[in-house]
Design a binder for this molecule. Structure first.
Ligand code: ZN
Length: 243
């Protein structure tokens, strides 16, 4: 089974379509690690497109925010404005879809969570120390997470639990070696690693290999749609800078 691993689409249909086109014919099933909506101009279109694919999907914090499940006073002004617009724009059937999403999945040797195995919806695994603290919170060799919008592999390198981070090497298949790892494919719709290209990954379950990828998409087209619905300018500009 070949898995297309995506996360943090954030209602960016153009980026989502670019990923599907780039990976066409190379996967059998989609694992989506949450935040399908929030920030971008196409929440219904992204849920609709995801639902046409054979897939599983986790709940992210922005999905929950759009459902009114979170106190959005913890979000900054711009994010709050986007959440409110998203909540008002989502169709009832798509709200129902998002409301039914689970927060974790365990599939063979892989545990899936949006943020972290310890705090699936909330925690950001930003560095090796936070990764090390999360290894006791899942039982499989590997955990796949999103949420930080930064592609990376954290690997436990010895029995003492020392953990190192490895930056992505794009379009090169990496053999997962049995060492415990927490792996992030990056964000489809709002990358934050100073690279504006959409990020995703391919996982081959039989061969236990992982491949990070990036693909450019028409950012101006998305920004234009965001301006039309009066999204905050900061959210519009960040797409072209990748932060
Ligand atoms: Zn996100």
């Amino acid at each position: 089974m070949r898995i297309l691993v995506i996360s943090d689409i954030h209602a960016n249909l153009t980026a989502f379509e670019a990923v599907l086109k780039d990976a066409q014919g190379e996967w059998d099933y989609v694992w989506c690690l949450g935040d399908v909506v929030g920030y971008g101009p196409d929440p219904n279109e992204c849920v609709d497109l995801l639902c046409t694919l054979p897939h599983l999907c986790l709940a992210g914090n922005h999905d929950w925010a759009a459902l009114g499940r979170l106190d959005i006073r913890t979000f900054n002004n711009d994010a709050r404005k986007a959440v409110t617009w998203t909540a008002e724009t989502l169709r009832p059937d798509n709200i129902e879809y998002l409301a039914a999403l689970p927060t974790t999945f365990v599939l063979g040797p892989y545990t899936l969570a949006h943020g972290s195995p310890r705090e699936p919806v909330w925690e950001y695994i930003l560095d090796p120390l936070i990764a090390a603290l999360n290894f006791p919170h899942f039982e499989t060799p590997y955990c796949l997470v999103g949420h930080t919008h930064t592609p990376v592999i954290f690997e436990m390198v010895n029995e003492q639990g020392d953990t190192e981070s490895f930056p992505p090497v794009y379009r090169q298949s990496r053999q997962l070696n049995g060492h415990r790892q927490i792996i992030n494919p990056g964000s489809v719709g709002q990358p934050r690693d100073s690279n504006p290209d959409a990020a995703y990954a391919l996982l081959n379950v039989e061969q236990n290999t992982w491949e990070h990828r990036r693909v450019p998409y028409d950012i101006a087209e998305v920004q234009e749609r965001m301006r039309r619905v009066d999204m905050p300018e900061r959210l519009i500009l960040r797409l072209e800078h990748g932060w």
